[in-house]
Ligand binder design. Sequence first.
Ligand SMILES: [Mn+2]
Length: 373
Amino acid sequence: MFIKIFHTADLHLGMQFTRGYTKDLKDALNQERFDCLKRMIKTANDEKCDLFVIAGDMFQTVKIPTKDIRETASILNDFEGTRVIILPGNHDYYNEDSKQMWNSLKDKVKDGLLIFLDMQEVVELTVGEKKINIYPGPCFSQHSEENMIDWIKNDNVESDSINIGITHGSVEGFSPDMEKKYFPKSLRELEVCNLDLWLLGHTHIRYPRETESVKSDYFMPATPAPDGFDCFHKGSAWLIEVNSDKSIKAKSILTGKYYFKTIIKTVNSFDDVISLKNEIQSEDKDLCLLKLTVEGYLDEDDLKTITTIENDIKGFVRYLEFENNIKLKITKDFISKSYQQDSFPYNFLNKLIDSDNKIAPQMAYDLLKEVQK
Ligand SMILES: [Mn+2]
């Protein structure tokens, strides 16, 4: 017999997008975070999960409009397992300021479904015949240097129950936190609590890195829905099985839809331009948000095609930020057209082209143009 847990965190429901997106895309990205939760609940139901755990930052802020709270509750209400367990994170911390928001959510979730981890004390529950003890390390503010889990190490951990820690914040070596203000903890601090399993939130990158048959005592699911160009993955969550003998086996699942891609490409010939175009054509035109920078040198004719290419590429992706750093390639042909024969620039540039140095003619041309200004 085993219990099955769906583990996510950092959904950031209610996130507003401010980049140069169209209103349509902003709305779509905002809605996607709710849709992502909906898909995860469906997966958890299909997989017959007992627990659905959100390890902090389900909401982006503590000021979430009622209509969004209503939508969240209605999605959570579709969970067919035993309990939805929510821990407040550093974005949706629990204190006097946010009590009303959290109460509003609690009111809207079906009776008996939600366990809200707003205290540093053990929460006991049973799944089937198995007793489970939850050890929460919740956030009570936006910032703190407290790890919120120190209370656990002195607790008398029952060895015949499954003991699960749930907390949120930076973990040394996994998430940057130079100023130590995001509830920092080390793996050592988690370890001394002597629990069977840790479900963590805050780090937007998955841990462990493997995806199948993962055996670990610590899990970080990553954000389930990519939220910007600093997100290099497509969103994930953990499906974790804990057996009666406490052995753990987990599988990472893909949860996102939209994805962000940054490409920096050197383009030095027309063939390079075509292969770049082909590369981008294979992206998903409804879901790919692309930041593309091109650099290199092209002759006059090829350089003119770049504007056309930019338009083509726009049609291959949902959103494009294009930076064109391609420079004019200095050829003998170009020199003959641009400078009088035997003039200083004519001789100088031709001589540089004859040398093996590929960059020298380009630099010299740029300097000559600078002087002519
Ligand atoms: Mn966080």
